[in-house]
Design a protein. Structure first.
Length: 167
């Protein structure tokens, strides 16, 4: 991955951090992540796709109904299995969930549920690759590597559920 530039921006849930290359978003940090405080404020001179991502992420936290799937991500340099799993997870729509085992099966490795869990933990662009929508086979939340852990995961799922139930 190539982190050419980065910055922080405000949402209704707190400060997020975003990094990008010429290809797409390389990193997204959620509110509560202490690393964000060292990042500069995001300026107005960012590429259009970064401005679109910032607007969509802020909208997501405000109402849970922003489509983040169209925002370009740059997963270059990631190991092949990790990249494959992240791209498959990107297809999980708001209000839907899949199990770690289910995602492993989709990736062609039905016995790799733990490896899928590790892939979700290494996801550099949460929300854009919605790792919070991946659950245990028993629908339990298990871990979540972003700030706030499983409480954040639960909050994100509840935010999306409130919106999808209105459709």
């Amino acid at each position: 991955m190539r982190n050419n530039q980065r910055g922080q921006f405000e949402t209704s849930s707190g400060t997020c951090g975003i990094a990008w290359s010429s290809v797409g978003i390389t990193e997204l940090r959620l509110p509560g992540d202490p690393k964000i405080s060292k990042w500069p404020q995001l300026g107005d001179a960012c590429p259009a796709f970064v401005a679109q991502a910032v607007k969509a992420v802020a909208g997501y936290f405000a109402n849970g109904q922003e489509d983040l799937a169209s925002i370009p991500v740059d997963l270059a340099g990631l190991p092949p299995f990790l990249k494959k799993v992240l791209l498959l997870a990107r297809d999980i729509r708001p209000g839907e969930t899949v199990s770690y085992k289910g995602l492993a099966t989709l990736a062609g490795s039905p016995n790799a549920a733990r490896a899928v869990g590790q892939a979700m933990a290494r996801n550099p662009v949460p929300l854009l690759v919605p790792c919070h929508r991946v659950l245990g086979s028993d629908k339990s939340l298990h871990g979540f590597s972003a700030a706030g852990g499983t409480l954040t995961k639960q909050r994100l799922l509840e935010l999306e559920t409130r919106f999808t139930k209105k459709l």
